[in-house]
Ligand binder design. Structure first.
Ligand SMILES: [Zn+2]
Length: 556
């Protein structure tokens, strides 16, 4: 009797298993077919888009930009395919895809197609609104007592003047763009929310994060952790900044206002410590230094530099970026290199992006030959970029001698610490303001902004001020729900740096240490996007993304 029962159970189990397997195989095969059709279309469109954008940026001609716009549209159009999305949705809803590479591709493709399922009329309206607003930002000039000045001139005044009334005028003048755009930005925010709600999200902020693989609750938890770890030290540091400025402007600490911090938003560190890094690079070749450094740690960058466009020329984009043209080894960087510390940092930064793409495992499927997240590649770029002002790195690279290195060590540490802390408090304001604004665009946003600024940056609101100062920051209007990634990139840069210096590298500067390159290749670059960003981070450093290493590096 017992035995019979056992046999029956076994038969049932096997047959359930068998039917599971066959359902799984069926769905996985459907997904394989989908992917192969997708790749046939996507690979050439992706490459044309990347190449057209590259050509537009190095030439600056209208013709090249028109081509680039068209290629970008064609690539985006791929993800609007409703039939393809329905197929993906059915496969996803079946929950039958278990193979790890396939299920990760399914997740990324599903999000990409979901983002493309918005009504094209609504998207066209969004682009129209954004274009109108961007024109207003572009045409706005600060007016000081009848004279128009540029944003750069405002920053110059804020950095150099010691006259409070002149500073106040420049700062207030720069805020006059607020009332010009605020109403339209609120309309745009509500419109973006409508788009998000149509595809099942509660608001646009939630949609933006989730479609890029981030859970807003998780990001908030990391921001809370960072706030807790930095608050006390920031209060102390802010006290030092305030005493410095009170002396500098010959006023009482209680009289300090937002215009006294050398920057429109207090997003950059005020110049309190005096290390002039530029002078060390005057006679250096940043490209040679960067390539000898990267090659020395076993991350060869010759093929990247070969294809790159490194120096200034007419019509060319004046900034810097790195791009992966085909996810098959054609990686390039655009720069405008000069012999100074900014460009030393920048070329190290861009080549950091470059090696991430270049050393991704080329046997991975196309969709997974990408960074785990945009902020993880930013982290690598930041970690290497920081070396440009690291006295130990400069010593080992023969840029300065032992004596000079010892002389500037303390001040460069303090300067970097100040920069990081100031930026982290500013990023708190941006992240929390945007999140709350999309959750409820009808609340008193002027008040919300200043509550955040006073709470996180410890900057005092000017008495009685009730202006849309939040709308003066162009990212709020035109580059929405992305700013937090800059900070996550910094946190991960510190986490990786801390892990490497504790476990992999013998020194603090990595110079000549092949083990560092090997580690990064194996644990960060090769895996590409095969793991979600937090799983990749955990596999590479033993724990999920945490603010504690950033705090350890910059708070003490
Ligand atoms: Zn970057």
């Amino acid at each position: 009797m017992k035995r019979t029962a056992l046999i029956i159970v076994t038969v049932v189990t096997i047959s359930t298993l068998w039917s599971c397997l066959s359902k799984q195989t069926k769905m996985e095969n459907r997904l394989k077919t989908f992917i192969s059709t997708y790749e046939t279309k996507a690979i050439p469109l992706y490459r044309e888009n990347a190449l057209a954008s590259w050509n537009a940026n190095i030439s600056g001609t209208n013709e090249a930009f028109a081509k680039s716009e068209k290629a970008s549209f064609e690539y985006a159009k791929l993800f609007t395919d409703r039939v393809a999305f329905a197929e993906l949705k059915e496969i996803k809803d079946s929950q039958e895809v278990h193979d790890s590479l396939l299920s990760r591709q399914l997740e990324l493709l599903y999000n990409a197609y979901l983002g493309g399922q918005v009504d094209t009329g609504l998207i066209a309206e969004q682009i129209r609104m954004e274009t109108e607003i961007s024109k207003k930002y572009a045409n706005f000039r600060v007016n000081i007592t009848g004279k128009q000045i540029t944003d750069n001139e405002v920053e110059e005044i804020l950095k150099n003047s010691i006259n409070s009334s002149e500073l106040k005028k420049a700062w207030e003048g720069s805020k006059m763009i607020g009332p010009v755009v605020a109403d339209e930005v609120i309309k745009l925010v509500k419109h973006r929310n409508k788009i998000a709600q149509k595809i099942g999200f509660s608001n646009y902020h939630e949609m933006s994060l989730k479609l890029s693989g981030q859970d807003p609750a998780e990001v908030t938890r990391i921001f809370d952790e960072l706030d807790n770890l930095t608050r006390e030290n920031f209060i102390k540091l802010k006290g030092e900044i305030d005493s410095y400025f009170a002396k500098h402007y010959k006023i009482a600490v209680t009289e300090l206002r937002p215009w006294h911090y050398q920057n429109r938003y207090f997003q950059e560190a005020p110049k309190i410590y005096t290390v002039d890094f530029d002078k060390y690079y005057e006679k250096q070749d940043p490209v040679k230094l960067a390539s000898s450094f990267y090659n020395g740690i076993g991350l060869n960058v010759d093929a990247i530099l070969e294809k790159s466009d490194l120096y200034e020329k007419p019509g060319k984009n004046q900034h810097a970026f790195s791009t992966d043209i085909d996810r098959s080894g054609d990686v390039r960087t655009l720069d405008n290199i000069r012999p100074d510390s900014y460009w030393m940092n920048t070329i190290l930064h861009e080549l950091g992006h470059g090696v991430y793409s270049y050393y991704t495992d080329m046997s991975l499927p196309f969709t997974l030959r990408d960074a785990a997240h945009t902020f993880t590649t930013e982290a690598i770029a930041n970690m290497f970029g920081r070396l440009a002002t690291n006295p130990q790195w400069m010593l080992k690279m023969n840029i300065i001698d032992e004596k000079e290195s010892a002389k500037i060590t303390d001040d460069s540490r303090k300067a970097l610490r100040l920069q990081m802390l100031v930026f982290s408090r500013w990023a708190q304001v941006m992240y929390r303001f945007e999140k709350s604004m999309y959750e409820n665009p009808d609340q008193n946003l002027n008040q919300l902004w200043w509550d955040m600024v006073e709470n996180y940056q410890l900057i005092k609101k000017p008495e009685g001020r009730d202006m849309p100062d939040w709308a003066t920051k162009i990212h709020i209007a035109l580059y929405p729900c992305y700013y937090h990634n800059y900070l996550l990139g910094e946190l991960l840069a510190s986490q990786l740096y801390s892990y490497i210096t504790a476990n992999i590298s013998a020194g603090q500067s990595f110079v000549g240490e092949k083990a560092v390159g090997d580690y990064l290749k194996k644990k960060v670059f090769m895996p590409g996007a095969r793991y979600s960003w937090n799983d990749m981070i955990e596999k590479a450093t033993g724990e999920k993304l945490t603010a504690k290493f950033y705090a350890k590096q910059f708070v003490q």
